[in-house]
Design a binder for this molecule. Sequence first.
Ligand code: GLV
Ligand code: MG
Length: 338
Amino acid sequence: MSSKPPRKFFEPLAIGAPAPYRDLPVRLERMIHFFPPHIEKMRAKAAEIGRQVDVLLGNLEDAIPAEAKEAARAGFIEVARDWDIATTGLWTRVNCLNSPWFLDDVTEIVAAAGNKVDVVMLPKVEGPWDIHYLDQLLAQLEAKHAIRRPILIHAILETALGVDNVAAIAQASPRMHGMSLGPADLAASRGMKTTRVGGGHPFYGVLEDAAPDRPHRTLFQQDPWHYTVAKMVDACQSAGIKAFYGPFGDFSDDAACEAQFRNAFLLGCVGGWSLHPKQIEIAKAVFSPDPAEVRFALKILAAMPDGTGAVMIDGKMQDDATWKQAKVIADLARAVAA
Ligand code: GLV
Ligand code: MG
C-alpha cells in the first residue's frame, strides 16, 4: 500500500506536462529572512524589512535564549496581527517537536494569527511521522479557529536520520511547502568535525597530484554540502516542493556566502536564508537568473515554439531537454520581473 497521500492543494497535472513543479506558479522565495521577535527594535522594523524580502520569518527556535521563548512567541504574534504585506510570505520557525515550547508555539500562533501565517518551519525533522503530527495538529487548529487557507509546512533537513528519510519527508503531506538544509545541526548530528554554519572548510578537499616540479601541493577545497543538497533537491522536485539552502554563518565573508548560495541555486535550490540584512541582497542576486542565461534561454524557447525537435544556437545543440531547462530559467526571470 502506498503511504503517499493524495495532493489536494494543487491543480491536477495537465496531460503531457513534463513534471509537476513546472506547472506551479513561480512564487519568488529567494531569501527567507530571519528576525528575532523578542527584540522590540526588530519588531519595530519588521514591516520595513518585510517590504525588502520575499519571505520574513519570526524565529522562535535556536538562537533565541530559553528565557526569551515566550516573549519571542508573543512578539511574533504581535507582528503577525499587524501584517498586511500581501507580496511577502510570513513564516515562523517553531521550536522542535520534543521541546517544552513546540505545542504552545503552534497552538497560540494559529489561534491568534492563523490567517496571517503562510508557513510553519519545523526544525530537526527526522521522518514523515514528524510531518504527520504537525499536519494533524494544524488541521485541528485550523478547524477550531476557522482558518481560511491551509498553513503549509517547511522542514529543516538537519539530522542524519532526516537525510536518510528525506524522500519520505518531502512526500509526507500535501501541506509540504519545501525543505531547507540545516548545515549547523546536521554537522553536529553527523559527527562532522567543524564549528562552522554552512560553507566550505579548509581541510575538506583533495590534494593535487605529486610532481617533481611541485614541492608544495595545493589542496583544492570541495563543497561538503554537495551530496546533501543534491539529495534534498531530488527529493523535493520529485514531490513537487521547493528546496532551499539554509544559513551561512560567517557574516564577514560575503564572497563565500555568495559562492555557497550559487552552488545551491545551480543544483536546483530556489532560495537560502538571510540571517544578516546584507545577505538579503546576496540572495536576491544569486537566486535570480543571470541576464545572459535568460537571453539564451529565450532564444531556445523562440527557436523551438512547441518544445520539440533539435536546433543549433550559437554552435550549441538544443532539443526537448534543453527547452525544459530554458523554461525553468525563463519562468523564474518572468517572476523576478513581475
Ligand atoms: C539551521 O537550523 C542549522 O542548524 O543549520
Ligand atoms: Mg538548526
